[in-house]
Each structure stands twice: as C-alpha cells, then as structure tokens.
Design a protein around this ligand. Structure first.
Ligand code: SF4
Length: 454
C-alpha cells in the first residue's frame, strides 16, 4: 500500500491523529530545550558530521581494524552480506548452543532483517525486552518509531493489551502499574533466557569494543545472566576512536528524547568470563548507498529519531503508513535504496520544509536527498502515469503566460462550481480531508489596484 493511502486510513481517527502529532511535538520541544542548554551544540553537530564523513571515506579500513581488535578481546566476528545471511548466522550460533529462549534488546537491524519470525519458525522463543518493543511484539505489530516503538499506543491501549496477555486488571491504565506488571513479566523471561542478543549504537575501531544506549538497562540484564551474547550491527555503526564517542553520546540522547544522556551507556569489551560473544557485521545494501555521491551521507544516521519527531508528515500519518522498518524522513531515503519500486511513494511523503535537516544531529541534508530521490524515481519510470501527465500539464501551463492566466480564470470562476466528484477523486491531490479554498471575488489585479487606492 502506498504512503498516501495508509496515511488516509490513519487520519480517519482525528483525535488520535491530533494526540500523536502533539505527543511527538512535545518530544521535539524537549529536544530543542536540551540543545539550547549547550552553547557548543552547533560545533558538536559539525564535529559529528566531520567524523562520520571521515569514517565513511575509509569504512573498510575501520571495519577491519574493529574486527582485529574485537578478536583480540575474545569476540567472534561474522560478516553478513544481507539479511538472509545475518539470520542464518544468528540461527546457527543459537542452534549450536542449544538455545531455546532468547532475550533481545532493541535493534532496528534485526527488525530490518526480520530476525524474530525467522527464529520463531525454527522453534526459538524470542522476547523483546525493551518495553516499547515488548508492547508491539505482544500486539503483533512492527515498531512505528525507531526510538519510541509503541508511540502510537495510548496508555489505555497498553492497559487492554496487558490485561489480555499479562493478566493485569481490566481497564487499568496507570503507567506506573503497567510498567511494574511489564517489569515482573520480563524478569521471568530474563531469568529463563539461554542467550542475549543486542544491537550496537557505536562500535569503536581502535578498541574493538562497542556501546549500547538504553534507558531501561534491559540490554545489560539480557546479556549478563546468560553466557552467550550476540551483538548485531550495521556496518555504518563504526566510529574511529574512543575520543569520538563523547561527541555522539552528547548528541544522541538530547536529539532523541531531550535527555542529557541515556540512563545506561554500556560498554562491552569482549565476552564475560567463561562466556562467548559473537558480533555480526551486516551490510544489507549499505555498501550500495556508500557508492552513491547523492545518498552516502544518509549512512551517517545515528538513529536518534529527531527527524521523525519534527516531521509534519510523520507526526500526522504515523510510522506504520511508511511500511518500512525505518519510517519518517531518513526511512524515506534508506528504504528506496533497498527497493525503489516498493517504496516509490516515500520520497513524496514530505513537505520539503527542511525541518528534518535542521534538527539532524549529524547534519544529514535530508530534504535535499528526498528531493533527489524524487528525481531518481521519475528517471527510473516509477512515477504513476497520472502524476507524470499532471506534471507535464502543469509544466506546459507554467511555461505559457496566456495559458497560465486562462488556467487562473478557470480555477477562480469555474472550478468552485463543478460537481464534487470531479474535484474529489483519485486523480487529484486534494484528498478527502481538504476543502477547496474560498476564492476571492476580485481578480488579483483588481485586489492589487484597490489596495493601491487605499
Ligand atoms: S537522520 Fe538524523 S535526525 Fe534522523 S534519525 Fe538519523 S541522525 Fe536522527
């Protein structure tokens, strides 16, 4: 389903749309306050962008350096070319250790690779231990946001879900009560797990260690109790030096939720005593993006979600309307790179307001890249024929002043009197939720003259 059609379904529930919009805007304003508290904010952004540009220019070298150092620390490093290979590697590790129960902390990469259903098909129970992830897992839905996976759920929805699955009181919606119920439920899952799987926020080439940022401490608990730790990371998560880490940690939490830092920034250097650590480095299309001059900078993303929280389209259409693992502005760049035909509508789910570019902590020129994707989609012949012809018509009119004036007359005098079915149909961009504007009685020239007379 295309983005516009899914968004149309989302906005049918007007109160929920308003609540979703306001909730994300609240997070955006928290981000603004946190950023304003640091006089060096813009310098940090510049530095982060420069570090990322340098890293991407020598990505292969840094990955090899990371692999060598991680091995020295006792980790086993695997390379996966795509999602299929990633899933196969993880399954083989788990099967070779006889794992039947796995706890997993938040990892958008494993969502991208559809790891959970793959493992479940092979008889392994997977429990997402991040509270938001657990909520969407119980609801059998994908996350709708990369930082706040269950942001589309109101507390009453969570209460009903927990009543069904965890046996909480019917009608309960107190966040404290629901969080305690989830904590009790997850505690049992942590205790019973045979292995823990995590994502990676930053992997440091010079040490071979990596950092995971959470607010719940679930990644730490998930890998502290069992002896087997699998860490899955996209190859773009690498940074060259430990000294670079502070720049990104200061930017990440402030941009994501307005916190100065995430509650836990946990450092891992090799396996725990008597345990095993496997690190899976995943490409899955990233080297293709790396080759592209236009879209390479999209690999700089540190997955803070700020571009989603600020995006007027995302806030009013919900994450699921993108039908992509990563929604919002950055997802609308990354997803077409994976499959342009499937995600051809996403670069158009954008008002080109540039707000995403303004908030991005690593200064990705998001709205410029979205515009470039529109051109790519057109060049590859993926635009719907109605759009192609309407653009050709608009171009013909805009090039000819007489025709333009005639079209203006038609729009002012004729269109408002046409039957509604001729205006509200699938061939135009008005959509069902918009009304035609009131057209002024006077022409623009008459208005201008009367204003001059005044
Ligand atoms: S593109 Fe920038 S703002 Fe969006 S999630 Fe990535 S780092 Fe954050």
């Amino acid at each position: 389903m295309k983005h516009a059609a899914s968004a149309e379904l989302f906005i049918l529930d007007a109160p929920r749309t308003k609540w979703h919009d306001e909730t994300l805007w609240f997070v955006r304003t928290k981000r603004d306050r946190a950023a304003r508290q640091l006089p060096e904010w813009e310098t940090l952004r510049e530095t982060a962008a420069a570090i990322k540009a340098h890293t991407m220019s020598r990505l292969g070298d840094f990955l090899e350096q990371f692999e060598a150092n991680a091995k020295k620390l006792g980790a086993v490093v695997h390379w996966a070319a795509d999602a299929e290979e990633h899933n196969r590697i993880v399954l083989e590790i788990l099967q070779s250790h006889g794992v039947k129960k796995l706890v997993k902390s938040k990892s958008m990469l494993t969502e991208e690779c559809h790891l959970n259903p793959h493992l479940e098909r092979h008889g392994i129970e997977v429990v997402d231990s991040d509270l938001g992830e657990r909520i969407v897992q119980l609801a059998k839905e994908p996350p709708s946001h990369i930082v706040l996976p269950a942001i589309h759920f109101k507390k009453e929805d969570v209460g009903a879900l927990f009543h069904k699955h965890l046996g909480t009181d019917a009608g309960a919606s107190d966040p404290q009560y629901l969080a305690e119920a989830a904590r009790g439920h997850l505690r049992g899952k942590f205790m019973a797990a045979d292995a823990g799987l995590t994502g990676v926020n930053f992997a440091i080439a010079e040490t071979g260690g990596f950092v995971i940022c959470t607010n719940e401490g679930n990644a730490d608990l998930g890998v502290s109790l069992p002896k087997l730790h699998i860490a899955c990371m996209g190859i773009e998560k690498i940074i060259p030096r430990t000294a670079d880490l502070g720049v990104f940690l200061r930017l990440l939490a402030r941009s994501a939720t307005g916190q100065p830092i995430t509650t836990y920034s946990s450092h891992f250097h090799g396996p725990v005593a008597g345990g095993e650590m496997h690190i899976v480095l995943v490409d899955n299309g990233r080297t293709g993006i790396l080759k592209s001059d236009e879209f390479r900078r999209s690999l700089n993303c540190i997955r803070c979600g700020a571009c989603m929280n600020t995006c007027p389209v995302y806030r009013r259409s919900g994450g699921h309307s993108y039908h992509a693992t990563v929604p919002g502005p950055i997802g609308s760049i990354l997803s077409p790179a994976q499959d342009a035909a499937k995600h051809d509508s996403l670069p158009f789910a954008c008002s080109l307001c540039g707000s995403c570019t303004d908030v991005c902590p690593v200064k990705i020129d998001l709205h410029h890249q979205l515009l470039t994707w529109r051109k790519e989609i057109a060049d590859r012949g993926l635009l719907p024929r109605t759009k192609v012809w309407s653009m050709k018509l608009a171009s013909a009119v805009l090039k000819r002043p007489r025709l333009y004036r005639l079209a203006g007359f038609f729009a002012r005098k004729i269109v408002p009197h046409l039957p509604r079915f001729m205006i509200y149909n699938r061939f135009n961009a008005w959509g069902k939720q918009r009304e035609l504007p009131e057209f002024p009685k006077e022409s623009f020239r008459q208005q201008f003259k009367s204003r001059k007379r005044q």
